[in-house]
Design a protein around this ligand. Structure first.
Ligand code: FAD
Ligand code: GLY
Length: 381
């Protein structure tokens, strides 16, 4: 049996994307997930690929997000060919809707920025919005239409990444928790799990909100904290909208079978995984303002997940500055589904010794908080 090139810790969309892209390049990877693949933040996600609607200022995230969004059409085909899974890529555009005068000003500013950046986006009047989406309230003040912002089904995307990786030779190991990192001669040598040690000279930490404690063992301070998000879904025989509707207070994402996902609340530093009635009431109120007819739909379910947020809102992407072979890909906060494809590609590039020249990776450095302690007590050197 070929030795394992790389251990990936965490089987959310980020770890699974990395497993897929590395396997596609012929590397032998083992993904370790303490629960089921995709069972944490990933399963909660609405699946928007909202590179222009959610990232509204120039900077490395905007470039990264657009580059990642561009990979999805081909990715959808490749993953279906390998696994038979349809990731539900829907390219019906996104309407960022203004409900207040303040929204109009903010969205117009975003629109100007998008045009300066060379991206497509256009302002639609209330009448134009309602011509496109008749269920939208006549009380709204207009919207920015972004044709390129699309969406996928997040749980299917993650399953497809993991299954495609397995088809290509990866070992996907569920219910196996990494307890600690193993080091030898100034490099990583593997991980200790609840079922014993597994050795490899490359380890990638992709454990979302829970990455910080493992990285602390390598003397790295990469604070990642949970931002709880609650959602609910409803069903209707005739879909209420075709496009994704995004506004202050909530977004609505139409899925197949007349399902409509309504999200999402944001509660920082909460590990509580219970859905609150207050959270759902807040979303219902906001969604009614956008689509009054939502009150006539059938209730399906509610859920929540913990978004992995960082101190400056940017993910940690890169190599540990001292421990060779240890990499991090975590902290994708609200955009992990969108950023998964590019993150997977990027990590596969590192593993092949290539450096992605077009993206400003400096901003994502894992030691950007400048507080790395290589000789940490308890870590063998
Ligand atoms: P996770 O999915 O949390 O995966 C981390 C995995 O690591 C978990 O499965 C966990 O069990 C495992 N793990 C942790 N510790 C260990 C260990 N020691 N050993 C082994 N395994 C371990 N993003 C978008 O792009 N578009 C959206 O529309 C969108 N909507 C969202 C809506 C909501 C309500 C929420 C909560 C999030 C949304 N997001 C969205 C954000 C997106 O879900 C996250 O950014 C993404 O899922 C993060 O993926 P991840 O793999 O880093 O984390
Ligand atoms: N990106 C949507 C959310 O995190 O709720």
């Amino acid at each position: 049996m070929k030795p394992i090139d790389t251990i990936i810790v965490g089987g959310g969309v980020i770890g699974s994307a990395i497993a897929y892209y590395m396997s596609a390049r012929g590397m032998k990877v083992m993904l370790l997930e303490r629960d089921r693949v995709g069972s944490q933040a990933t399963i909660a996600a609405a699946g928007m690929l909202a590179a222009q609607a959610e990232i509204t200022e120039a900077g490395p995230m905007f470039d990264f997000a657009r580059a990642s969004r561009a990979l999805f059409p081909q990715l959808a085909t490749d993953l279906r060919d390998l696994t038979g899974i349809d990731i539900g890529l829907k390219r019906k555009g996104l309407l960022r809707v203004a409900v207040t005068e303040a929204d109009v000003i903010e969205i117009q500013r975003t629109l100007d920025f998008q045009k300066t950046a060379g991206e497509q986006a256009e302002w639609l009047s209330t009448e134009q919005v309602r011509y496109k989406e008749p269920s939208i309230s006549s009380e709204i003040l207009g919207a920015m239409l972004v044709e390129e912002d699309s969406q996928v089904d997040a749980p299917e995307l993650c399953s497809a990444f993991a299954q495609a990786a397995a088809v290509l030779g990866a070992q996907i190991v569920e219910f196996t928790e990494v307890k600690s990192l193993l080091f030898a001669q100034r490099r990583i040598s593997g991980v200790m799990t609840n079922v014993g040690a597994i050795y490899s000279d490359k380890v990638i930490i992709a454990s979302g909100t829970w990455s910080g404690s493992l990285l602390a063992q390598a003397g790295l301070t990469c604070p990642i904290y949970p931002v709880k998000g609650e959602c609910f879904s409803v069903l209707s025989h005739v879909p209420l909208v075709q496009s994704t509707i995004y506004s202050h207070g909530c977004y609505l994402v139409p899925k197949k079978g007349g399902r409509l996902v309504v999200g999402a609340t944001t509660t920082s530093h909460s590990y509580n995984r219970k859905v609150s009635l207050g959270g759902i009431a807040q979303l219902l109120e906001a969604s009614k303002q956008l689509i009054p007819g939502i009150v006539d739909t059938e209730w399906e379910k509610a859920w929540c997940g913990l978004r992995p947020q960082t101190l400056d809102g940017l993910p940690y992407l890169g190599a540990h500055p001292h421990w060779k072979g240890l990499y991090v890909a975590a902290g994708h906060y609200r955009n992990g589904i969108l950023l998964s494809a590019m993150t997977g590609n990027l990590v596969a590039d590192w593993a092949e010794g290539k450096i992605e020249k077009n993206l400003s990776l400096e901003s994502y450095r894992v030691d950007r908080h400048d507080n790395v302690h290589c000789e940490k007590e308890g870590v063998p050197s």
